[in-house]
Ligand binder design. Structure first.
Ligand code: TRP
Length: 350
């Protein structure tokens, strides 16, 4: 095991994470993780598997560890490089839970009650909604704020949560508990993160409804392509994907969200420009297009699946990556937590 090495930190820092619930799908890859891979060259990158978030809804304890490990392996299979990025499991760094508690005590309840995702998830869940589900965005704020992240890559659905993290840092911690320097300038305790808006065209929609996002929580398996789906299953899902009665694929027709989505997917998976695929498929029927799309999906995913299998065949390597990630992350997180504890006035003993 190499010693914990310090990563160069003059670059802006980025933190992001995905929950280890179910398998990662094309939306997670094309919409998020693929961008993380690129960020590694320009940013100081932290990527965690947010297992504490995964238990905010009822979960299967028999699957949590395996799902956490497979999610981490998929990060690496997608091109996250543990030599350049800190890859870790959220629950392995207890500072996340601890900072979450401290932030809980300064976060107004009504800020949480108005979170759109909470309202939607609570509605879906009916009677048995946990306090953890309401608290989900505060835990996410802790994830981000612990690492002094400059930027957080988020999709549309997480913008409100990032806004909340900013408000907690700025209004509830820095403004209330920060001290002033000689000129009367506020010395911030927590860094206020900026959103990092992801590149255009990376929003992948469901295969069964071009108007809703591809999602792990959709009960219809056919609505998404998982990164580990075997080729036959990928073809079958694409064959059954929703279409419309019109000939020819096109972008930007609001009446044809499925055409827009699948053509966009084709461009991303084949690594070609939107103009090129729009020209190629302008006069093509769905029957000719779908096998092309399936072929592009299988070709794009098979090297990733092979890397995944290699990684899973070497559990000691994966463990060493997560151990190194935990150690690096803990060091940064402990420093932030100490700052917050001190500014909130907790007793410290040597
Ligand atoms: N809530 C995020 C999602 O569902 C996952 C997440 C948890 C996250 N903590 C984070 C994302 C911190 C970015 C930064 O997508």
């Amino acid at each position: 095991m190499p010693a914990v090495s310090a990563l160069p930190s003059d670059r802006p820092r980025v933190l992001s994470g995905v929950q280890p619930t179910g398998s990662l799908h094309l939306g997670n890859w094309l919409g998020a993780i693929r961008n993380w891979v690129d960020l590694q060259t320009s940013h100081d990158t932290y990527f965690c598997v947010v297992d504490l978030h995964a238990i905010t809804v009822p979960h299967d304890p028999g699957r949590l560890a395996e799902d956490t490990l497979s999610t981490a392996a998929l990060y690496l299979a997608c091109g996250i490089d543990p030599e350049r990025s800190t890859v870790f499991v959220q629950s392995h760094v207890s500072a996340h839970s601890e900072l979450c508690w401290l932030l809980n005590c300064v976060t107004p309840l009504n800020w949480l009650e108005r979170m759109i995702q909470f309202k939607e998830k609570a509605l879906r869940q009916g009677a048995d909604v946990s306090a953890g589900l309401l608290d989900y965005p505060v835990l996410m704020a802790a994830d981000i704020l612990l690492y002094d992240a400059d930027r957080v890559p988020v999709g549309e659905d997480q913008k409100q949560h990032l806004e909340l993290a900013r408000d907690i840092a700025q209004q509830r911690i820095n403004a209330r508990f920060g001290s002033k320097d000689a000129e009367g300038e506020l010395i911030p305790i927590l860094k206020v993160p900026e959103p990092l808006i992801l590149r255009e065209g990376a929003r992948v929609m469901s295969l069964s409804d071009g108007r809703s996002k591809m999602s792990k929580s959709d009960p219809n398996e056919g609505s998404r392509i998982n990164l580990l789906d075997p080729p036959e299953l990928i073809s079958r899902k694409i064959k059954r994907a929703k279409t419309d009665p019109q000939m020819g694929l096109e972008f930007g027709n609001a009446e044809r969200p499925e055409a827009d989505n699948l053509l966009g997917l084709y461009a991303l998976l084949a690594g070609r420009s939107r103009e090129a695929v729009a020209a190629e498929c302008a006069a093509m029927g769905w029957g000719a297009f779908k096998p092309l799309l399936a072929e592009a999906a299988v070709a794009a995913l098979s090297p990733l699946q092979e890397r995944y299998r290699d990684l899973r065949s070497d559990p000691l390597y994966l463990q060493s990556v997560l151990r190194q990630g935990r150690d690096r992350a803990s060091e940064v997180a402990a420093a932030t937590l100490a700052r917050v504890r001190q500014s909130l006035g907790f007793l410290a003993i040597p």
